[in-house]
Unconditional design. Structure first.
Length: 139
């Protein structure tokens, strides 16, 4: 565990009030925890801007499972990226629509390539990617 250092921050009164409302709404026990999370989040964003950064991601796809070729193509695509695909789960949303969540790991550029290939499959209605660093180098 790293040594904790105390720092002081000067903030506009209105900005501090808004921040206090935010940390209360999110359930933080104190400002320090909220500030640490904000710093970690920003550091993570900076790292994700570098294509070689190791990361993990969830790719969320909504599609009509009656699309004749899509389910097979999606499975084929996952099998062709075994180094990046670590898990997937399938949810039936209604009679026609399904949600597929595919968890990926690898370098940012690899994850983005696989996610874009999945989103581009004919029959995908909605696609969303949530990518983050592995957190290994964050205190």
């Amino acid at each position: 565990m790293s040594k904790i250092e105390r720092v002081g921050v000067s903030l506009d009164k209105k900005l501090l009030s808004m921040f206090d409302e935010l940390i209360a709404a999110r359930g933080y026990s104190n400002r320090s925890e909220a500030i640490r999370d904000l710093i970690r989040d920003r550091l993570s964003e900076e790292r994700l801007a570098k294509p070689a950064t190791r990361a993990v991601a969830g790719v969320f796809l909504v599609y009509d499972h009656h699309s004749t070729e899509l389910p097979r193509k999606l499975v084929d695509l996952q099998h062709s990226h075994l180094l990046q695909v670590i898990a997937s789960t399938h949810v039936h949303l209604d009679h026609h629509n399904c949600l597929e969540v595919i968890m990926l790991r690898g370098k940012v550029r690899e994850i983005e390539k696989v996610a874009n290939d999945m989103a581009a499959l004919k029959g995908v209605k909605l696609s969303k990617v949530n990518i983050m660093t592995t957190g290994q180098d964050l205190a």
